[in-house]
Design a protein around this ligand. Structure first.
Ligand code: ADP
Ligand code: MG
Length: 239
C-alpha cells in the first residue's frame, strides 16, 4: 500500500532522514520507534506531503506521490495526525472536524460517527478546542483525520502528554479503526505499548532505519536494543 524508496529529507544541509526504505501492506499495524530526534516526525511529514522530499520516491496504492501536495494525498486516502495535534484553538470541535471533510472521499466516516467513536467529545461539540483537555484535543485531531476516510492513517505521538487512562481510551479507539481495516503507521514513545499494539516495529536512529521486525516475542530483545542503539547492526555502522 505504501512504498518508500531511499528517502532523504533535509533541513538545509542537515540530513534528518537518510536513505530510508519501507513497505507497508494493507491492514498492517506498524509502529515507528526511536529516540527523540531520530527523524520519525520528519519521515512521517515527508510521507504525508507536509515536508519536501530531497531525494527518493514514495508511492501509495501503486501511484507515485513523491511530488504531490498533502491535500492530494489526503484525497487518495493517506492522512496524518501530526505531533502536537495542530488544531485551530479558536474554532470549535465541530468546526475542526468539518475541516477534515474539505477533501471529499467516499467512506463511512461522518461527524456523527466521530462523536460515537469519541463519546467524550459530544459535550464539547461547540467548545473551542483551546479550552479542551489533552485527551479531548487528541480525539479531535484523530477525528479530523478520520473525516477524510483514510485508508492509511499515520499517527505521530498521539499519547504525548495524556494521562494513562486517556491513553488507554485513545488506543481503544485506534484499535477499533484497526479492526475496521484501516492500515496504521504510528509513532509511540512508550516502547512496551508500541510492541504490544502493533504487528511490526520499525526503529529509527539518527535518520536511518536500524531495525524492521515483526513484534513477535522472539524479537522483543532485539527491538528494545535497537531502540537504545545497542543492536549489532548499529554498532557495526558506528564503528
Ligand atoms: N524544522 C526543523 N529545522 C531544522 N532541524 C529540524 C527541524 N525539525 C526537526 N529538526 C531536526 O531533525 C532531527 C529529527 O527531528 P524529528 O523528525 O522531529 O525527530 P523525532 O520525531 O524522531 O523526535 C532532529 O535532529 C531535529 O533537531
Ligand atoms: Mg517526533
Amino acid at each position: 500500500m505504501l512504498s518508500v524508496h531511499n528517502l532523504d529529507v533535509r533541513y538545509g544541509q542537515f540530513r534528518a532522514v537518510q536513505g530510508v526504505s519501507i513497505e507497508i501492506t494493507q491492514g498492517d499495524i506498524v509502529s515507528l520507534i526511536g529516540a527523540n530526534g531520530a527523524g520519525k516526525s520528519t519521515f512521517l511529514k515527508a510521507i504525508a506531503g507536509a515536508l519536501p522530499i530531497y531525494s527518493g520516491r514514495v508511492s501509495f496504492k501503486d501511484q507515485d506521490i513523491t511530488d504531490t501536495s498533502s491535500s492530494t494525498r489526503v484525497q487518495q486516502g493517506l492522512s496524518l495526525v501530526p505531533e502536537g495535534r495542530r488544531l485551530f484553538s479558536e474554532m470549535t470541535v465541530e468546526e475542526n472536524l468539518l475541516l477534515g471533510k474539505t477533501v471529499q472521499r467516499q467512506g463511512d466516516w461522518d461527524i456523527e460517527r466521530i462523536f460515537t467513536t469519541f463519546p467524550n467529545l459530544v459535550k464539547r461539540r461547540h467548545s473551542k478546542t483551546g479550552s479542551l483537555s489533552g485527551g479531548e484535543q487528541q480525539a479531535t485531531a484523530i477525528g479530523r483525520a478520520l473525516m477524510a476516510n483514510p485508508e492509511l492513517l499515520i499517527l505521530d505521538e498521539v499519547s504525548l502528554g495524556l494521562s494513562p487512562l486517556v491513553v488507554d481510551q485513545v488506543y481503544a479507539s485506534i484499535e477499533s479503526l484497526r479492526d475496521a481495516g484501516t492500515t496504521i503507521l504510528l509513532v509511540e514513545q512508550d516502547l512496551e505499548r508500541a510492541i504490544t499494539f502493533s504487528q511490526r516495529a520499525i526503529c529509527m536512529l539518527e535518520g536511518r532505519i536500524v531495525l524492521d521486525k515483526l513484534t513477535a516475542d522472539t524479537h522483543r530483545d532485539e527491538i528494545t536494543q535497537a531502540y537504545f542503539g545497542l543492536n549489532k547492526a548499529t554498532q557495526q555502522e558506528a564503528s
